[in-house]
Design a protein around this ligand. Sequence first.
Ligand code: SAM
Length: 247
Amino acid sequence: MGFLKLFRKDRQRRRRLDYYADGLGLRGKSLAAIEEPGFRKAFDTAVELNREGWGGKVPDIRWRAHTAVWAARHGLALEGDFVECGVYLGLLSLTIAHSLDFARVPKRFWLFDTWDGLAEGALTDQEKQRSDQAGWIYRGVYELAARNFAPFPNVTLVRGTLPQSLEGQPIGKIAYLSMDLNSAAPEEAVIRTLWDRITPGGVVLLDDYGWTGFDDQRRMWDGFAAGRGVPILSLPTGQGLILKPPA
Ligand SMILES: C[S@@+](CC[C@H](N)C(=O)[O-])C[C@H]1O[C@@H](n2cnc3c(N)ncnc32)[C@H](O)[C@@H]1O
């Protein structure tokens, strides 16, 4: 079949779906969760605050953001802070901060990023190829990120390369950990450092786990999880979810 025919067929198939975004197509499923007004308002705010960094076209990752908000909300009842590694302008973490009215939450949200792109030296061949294709993205955005989180005095931006930038940060227990570095080596170093601080019942959310082309990260997380005897829930959004078992 020619490319044009394939393209038309794909477009027709998408038209029959109730939802299609971010590589996720749904039919016959309720969209109530992503249309709930509080969530919608928080996500739309995050999108507006991300627009400049995405050259105007912010990806529609509503369902991933919904998962992240659920995971963070679950963490509210647990002892410990929130941590995100790989923040960029905070499409996920800003949606959480606005959804949960985080300025009033008695927790700290630790945000780790270079705000200047991926750590080149740590990339596998597959990761390097992907990062070269993305090119401009993720660079020189610290000021924008700082502006985005300014309304939240209990959010701390830690600028630097992970895992080294964890050193000296007074992070105690962790109720919610979000990993989105697009790179296996620093993610592995981070989880090996932080795992023992995650509160039993706490959540580790993996943004890249189930995406094709992110095999190095999936293999790393599968190995880590097997070593700890914890299962990873693979979601159709491409995310992976780990709940730390009770002690
Ligand atoms: C996919 S983006 C994160 C997107 C973000 N979670 C969101 O909601 O928009 C990946 C981020 O990880 C950061 N990053 C990658 N490797 C890093 C490392 N070793 N140390 C610190 N930041 C890193 C990049 O600078 C980039 O901003």
